[in-house]
Design a protein around this ligand. Structure first.
Ligand SMILES: Nc1nc2c(ncn2[C@@H]2O[C@H](COP(=O)(O)OP(=O)(O)O)[C@@H](O)[C@H]2O)c(=O)[nH]1
Ligand SMILES: Nc1ncnc2c1ncn2[C@@H]1O[C@H](COP(=O)(O)OP(=O)(O)O)[C@@H](O)[C@H]1O
Length: 204
């Protein structure tokens, strides 16, 4: 039987650098996991592409997906819905590939209930003032939204003890290296061969 893939969940407060770290990890050619593109009702930001960054949906469309059971988890975050398509995740895991989710904490909690064997990683900023600095510097949010996200961030940081690992995002490259090392270690711990090392074990 095909060995199932590992479900990797990266969470953390808004502005900590989840998207940046995830994009850096996925830009590396030796990568052996698949990114699950989320659904959202948030309007696309400049440069965001439907089907690449998110699947952009209306509230009606999103609520229909909820009713039809098409989401592994979903959450309302600062006025918008975000959710993970269940079929994509299940099929990819069944094909033996690891799946990587980048989601906020309420969603991660729901995933933990359904996939207790998942690998849950929490990204933290070096400090709260650095977190605010990053959200402000990104320049995508109004002052009201920034304040809202900062108060949400305090509640989110309190959730870090629900995770298997906490990784500090001081520098993007260092955070990526730590995450990749955790994934390799967890594959070993579960007695699975890290997919990118499988070739070395093949005998002619
Ligand atoms: N629960 C859940 N959260 C998600 C999903 N996709 C993205 N998010 C999270 O929703 C939050 C807001 O995302 P976004 O509006 O893109 O802003 P940003 O990540 O702060 O730049 C972030 O914490 C994301 O990680 C999802 O499918 N489910
Ligand atoms: N290690 C880091 N050091 C400094 N700035 C960072 C770092 N990681 C991310 N950033 C910056 O912080 C801002 C928020 O990052 P982003 O990836 O959008 O966060 P998130 O997806 O968690 O909301 C962006 O402007 C990004 O360039």
């Amino acid at each position: 039987m095909q060995e199932k893939g590992l479900l990797i969940v990266l969470s953390g407060p808004s502005g900590v650098g989840k998207g940046t770290v995830r994009k850096e990890i996925f830009s590396q050619p030796d990568l052996a996991f698949e990114y699950s593109i989320s659904m959202t009702t948030r309007a696309p930001r400049e440069g965001e592409v439907d089907g690449v960054d998110y699947f952009f949906k209306t509230r009606e469309e999103f609520e229909k997906l909820i009713e039809e059971g098409k989401l592994l988890e979903y959450a309302e975050f600062v006025g918008n819905y975000y959710g993970t398509p269940v079929d994509y995740v299940q099929q990819t895991l069944d094909n033996g590939k690891d799946v990587f989710l980048e989601i906020e904490v309420q969603g991660a909690r729901q995933v933990r209930e359904k996939f207790p064997d998942g690998l849950f990683i929490f990204l933290v900023p070096p400090s709260l003032s650095e977190l605010k600095n990053r959200i402000v510097t990104r320049g995508t949010e109004t002052e009201d939204v920034i304040n809202n996200r900062m108060s949400t961030a305090r509640d989110e940081i309190e959730m870090m003890n629900l995770y298997d690992y906490v990784v500090e995002n001081d520098q993007v490259e260092r955070a990526c290296e730590r995450i990749k090392a955790i994934v390799v270690a967890e594959h070993c711990r579960r007695e699975r061969v890290e997919p990118r090392y499988k070739k070395m074990l093949e005998v002619d």
